[in-house]
Write a protein that binds this ligand. Sequence first.
Ligand code: 13P
Ligand code: SF4
Length: 334
Amino acid sequence: MNITETQLAEKGFLDLEIDPELDLFAEIEKLKKEKNAILLAHYYQENDIQDVADYIGDSLGLAEQARKTDADLIVFAGVHFMAETAKILNPSKKVILPDLKAGCSLADSAPAPLFKAFKEKHPDHIVISYINCTAEIKALSDIICTSGNAEKIIESVAKDQPIIFAPDKNLGAFLNKKTGRKMLLWNGACMVHEIFSLEKITKLKIRHPEAKLIAHPECEEAILNRADYIGSTTQLLKYTQTDSSQQYIVATETGILHQMQLTAPQKTFIPAPPDNNCACNDCPHMKLNTLEKIYLCMKYEMPEIQMEEALRLKALVPMQRMMDISRAAGLIGG
Ligand code: 13P
Ligand code: SF4
């Protein structure tokens, strides 16, 4: 069957039939070899996708892998801004995302025209943007950061330099507290990290008094105030591997529990509960990717991330600053 980008945009991959007998794990491995492809996955992807990925990581690790890969085809099992970041850093590669609708509520909370107007009202400020934003916002920024390097990025800026931090107000408030800065915060947030219930976590702590609460800095302040450890997904995972506790309540998207459980099978990991009975601690954007869509997008090499070169070059400048500071700080390889 032949499929065009237009058909794909209209109908998506779901309408294409896949032989149910097909071993998708084996097929994906075959396609990787045939096409010299690398499959990069974020920790919030479903377990099967993590199991077939060549590299699983946080936003910083994924950006570095995308930058340095020799593969011809980068298959991004994550969300749109992550695949876009790969394209910004490594434009000669074909970057494909299994579902172009895999967006991010945090990135959506900063529309470029509104942010540009906000920035223009504060001409003496520089802009540090969290990587969870569109290429247009990156192009309006001076430095990008991730949850894994944000403190180092802020420390690299002179103490008396006013800073706008976008788009995550929770991460921004956490960083203001940690660094003693008074960064001006854009009012954005992640729908997944804002949903955790302090009341339910408190009850869980009573039932599991030995359990440590570990949280992603996109969580609200009330949760972070109770946390025993706060870090990016990679930092949370490393913490559970090196810390001596046996039980953890994990306040971030549930996908990370797969690697935690695999690398410390004797420990217990309890997902922090959301404030209602939904499965809202699953990111609906991340979970749009499936093994089936990965197989099809590799087979047809689409949908592809396209970007105007002028925009890419503007977005590359603050990304490059982030990568340089991270390398100097030993957060990514030399
Ligand atoms: P990190 O994996 O970089 O901590 O980011 C978390 C996240 O929300 C990605 O969308
Ligand atoms: Fe965006 Fe939040 Fe989903 Fe991460 S978990 S992709 S920040 S909506």
